[in-house]
Design a protein around this ligand. Sequence first.
Ligand code: ZN
Ligand code: ZN
Length: 418
Amino acid sequence: MGPLTRSFEERLDALALLALRVGVGFGAGERLRLGGPLEAAPLVRRITALAYDFGATYVDVRYADAEIELARALHAHGETLDHYPSEQADLAYLVAARGDAVIRVSGADPDLMSRADPTRVQRMTRAAGRANRRARELGMRSFMPWTIVPSATPAWARKVFPGETDAMERLWHEIFTATRATAEDPVAAWEAHADGLDARARRLSAAGLAALHLRGPGTDLRIALCEGHVWEGASATAESDGRRIVANIPTEEVFTAPHARRVDGVVRATKPLSYDGQLIDGFSLTFEDGAVVDASAERGQAVLDGLLETDAGARRLGEVALVPHSSPIARSGRLFFNTLFDENAACHLALGDAYLTSVRGGLERPREDLGADGLNRSLVHVDFMVGSSELDVDGVHGDGTVVAVMRGGEWEMGALVP
Ligand code: ZN
Ligand code: ZN
């Protein structure tokens, strides 16, 4: 083993450590449910070994085989596509309700389903979404400790670095840099980073803005914020036992909930979106009274339409997130075709479900009350990127006063809090 190999191994170990210690705060006597693509096995195995070193009671690994999923989308008889094995959904719910730690490794082929008929893929996705509603709701309130971490895979690497013979090495390099696995003390580096994001979120919450106004090329969108909204940074609190978790590694965003019925104007996406292994690119959405009334895409129109038709909430916003254009991932200048990466390189919005923690008392109050205050609900939560070096964001106070929040994609919070 040469020095390069050794350093790769060390970085892989650092990423596994971050997933367990920073991501889900893993400790002795706990169970871990761990899932990811087959091709992510090197990282999945590291996480597993380290979890046992930490005293794990049991690590339940579930690999996803992309070819198997594609085989169903291409070959299954039409009348079977709405089926989802309920025992799988029951197990996912049981694990989450018990408060087991859940780690998902992200790295699937962004183009996986491009050969399949979008309406067939949508039926599979909706069936899975409906069946897994209870487990997903526990995730959306961070009941159990959970996190997502990236792993390079050959198909993803080819998409990011087409035609490059060292695509895997280069994607790993980007992953290690963005996740701070290269830091001298990765866990300490993460704690400092998370503290910084949490402090920014507190400042924005204290400002008590009523709305945001986003302006950029093809974008002029007014987003009222949910009544009683709070901004959140990297850290969340797992409801099951109150531990600090970081649900996305990497993360660079602060986010909150828009008002589901008070979003007006037009927004143009600044990066392609990989949804369910299918790409949507060059798209704009027009909102009236919170709902998308017009959607056009240069590529993936049928996929976009299908997403918006999932349910009533899929046409409305559940998240607005601010990320400076100078974030480490944005500075790489690359398109990753992977939401975990691209959403942390740009301001983004999410169609669909809002996080209950985006409003004060969201975990305790009845869901109907939260809906009345503007918190959106849906079976889907799909982030899409709207940030660029040309995006300006204004904050609008209840009395109509306007303050700069971002200029040219960078923070400009001086006027926000005295
Ligand atoms: Zn986000
Ligand atoms: Zn999101």
